[in-house]
Design a protein around this ligand. Structure first.
Ligand code: G6P
Ligand code: MG
Length: 483
């Protein structure tokens, strides 16, 4: 078992679909495999998911699967000659009626009928993640007329954002709805929703997920300016989700890169206070697409997210299409372990001065407070149905490992995303009540996680089935005869 607490999400793609590479990635520390529904066919996703599960099982590892819905990314149509080159001061038009495959140096089609309505004179439009910038000068019924502020190449189907956000496309497209069914069919553990505007978008996703028969936890990708406009908007979105992703690509384009570091810290803090899981994503090791070593700046970026106390850091193109997917995971793992040594990763002021709302929450947080203040405690055992009790525990900064003991496959996979949490398959209902504590501690002894004389904290409820029932915390000494 690893001592790394921060989890690693890596996107699978052409560079990481062979059994050989995937096996090396899993051995190097992959915790969550991300299937990006913006690319690839359902059959490709199914094959990758199966490989991940087979290889993880072979190595006794628990790797969660996350499906990432494409969402309503607004894109320009195509150019007659694939690409144009724009210079500062050029005039350019976006047209909802221009033929979709016949863009020119002056005009390109766009598949978003509301573009003209959503934009006003003076707005700035960002193309291709902000590489090309234009200002809206005026509009007609079906066209926006712009001046290029920052020039560069522009090619087929590049994304378009508005500075400050506010493009109104609904979050779930027809393709997303089909992909929710695919995710249910593949039994995915997490489902990420792209560009949600507010809680209502997440509630719709939840309804569709339920109808499809999936139990995947829903991750809201925070990537629109309106999602971080104020605390109310952000907290509303967080509460309607099971977790969030700091999706820095589109978010940075909409709010400006200078705001990004502060917003990342805020999103992580708010997610944790609401007992939600949080992933930090985009360009974390970008130069490793071509190089076997990260830059110092990338090392600092990953370490900063670890110090912010993110649950997971994510690789995108680095692992999906880069030349060094295995090295990227190794580098991330190394940097996480290094950053976790910093004292701020261990000391917690989590929710001091705040009220708790539930009995399981109170028990879980009491267990962590004890673990952080009683140096003899070497491990925490949390008997859990859904993973919720260890999730609450892992919201607190700590260096004491948390073990989610559960008989359920989906829970064992899900907790792979939680910082500081590892799973051990365990079915308390299969044991006489007076043998549960002893058997649970024996599982840790067997794996050399604890030694005789160490202390262990164990949490559980009065019944063995059903989530939300945790009401007991025991402090056990390894080697004593336990009941
Ligand atoms: C297991 C334990 C119960 C406990 C429950 C908590 O089933 O045996 O005693 O109440 O987990 O599950 P939760 O999903 O809330 O973490
Ligand atoms: Mg995005």
């Amino acid at each position: 078992m690893t001592s790394r607490r921060t989890k690693i999400v890596a996107t699978l793609g052409p560079a990481s679909s062979s059994p050989e590479v995937l096996e090396k990635m899993i051995v190097a520390g992959l915790d969550v495999a991300r299937l990006n529904f913006s690319h690839g066919t359902p059959d490709e996703h199914r094959a990758r998911a199966q490989l991940v599960r087979d290889i993880a099982a072979k190595h006794g590892r628990f790797v969660a699967l996350l499906g990432d819905l494409q969402g309503p990314k607004i894109r320009i149509a195509k150019f007659a000659n694939k690409r144009i080159e724009l210079a500062e001061g050029d005039s350019f038009r976006f047209s909802v009626t221009h033929p979709r495959d016949a863009g020119t140096q002056e005009v390109v089609g766009i598949d978003y009928p509301d573009l003209v309505k959503d934009c006003s004179v003076g707005d700035e439009l960002l193309l291709d993640d902000g590489r090309v910038v234009m200002r809206v000068d005026n509009s007609t019924a079906d066209e926006l007329h712009c001046t290029v502020l920052i020039g560069g190449p522009l090619s087929d189907n590049k994304g378009i954002n508005r500075r400050g956000g506010g493009l109104t496309a609904p979050a779930l497209t027809a393709k997303d709805k089909a992909d929710i069914k695919l995710a249910a069919d593949m039994d995915l553990d997490y489902l990420a929703v792209s560009f949600p505007r507010d809680a209502a978008d997440m509630e719709l996703a939840r309804r569709l997920r339920d109808e499809a028969g999936s139990s995947a936890w829903l991750i809201a990708k925070i990537e629109r300016a309106e999602a971080v406009a104020d605390d109310e908007a952000l907290d509303g979105l967080i509460r309607a989700s099971d977790g969030v992703m700091v999706a820095r690509g589109d978010l940075g384009v909409e709010i400006g890169d200078a705001e990004l570091v502060g917003i990342q810290k805020k999103i992580i803090l708010h997610a944790r206070r609401n007992n939600k899981v949080v992933i930090t994503a985009t360009q974390m090791m970008e130069s490793m697409i071509q190089n076997p070593m990260p830059t110092r700046a990338e090392v600092s970026d990953v370490a900063n997210a670890v110090l912010d106390y993110t649950d997971a850091v994510m690789l995108s193109a680095e692992s999906a299409a880069g030349e060094y997917p295995v090295e990227a995971i190794k580098a991330m793992a190394r940097v996480c372990v290094g950053a976790e040594k910093h004292p701020t990763s261990i000391k917690s002021g989590h929710r001091l001065g705040q009220r708790f709302e539930r009995s399981d929450e109170s028990t879980a947080l009491a267990a962590m407070y004890t673990a952080n203040h009683f140096p003899g405690v070497k491990a925490i055992i949390s008997l859990t149905e859904s993973g919720y009790t260890p999730l609450i525990m892992s919201r607190i900064r700590s260096s004491v490992p948390i073990f989610a003991f559960s008989p359920h496959r989906d829970t064992q996979a899900r907790v792979a995303m939680f910082r500081g949490v590892q799973t051990i398959p365990f079915d308390p209902a299969a044991l006489p009540a007076d043998k549960v504590s002893q058997s649970a501690v024996d599982e840790l002894l067997k794996r050399n996680i604890v030694n005789v004389g160490d202390w262990v904290i164990l949490t559980k409820g009065d019944t063995y089935h059903g989530t939300g029932g945790t009401n007991t915390m025991k402090i056990l000494r390894v080697g004593d005869s336990l009941t």
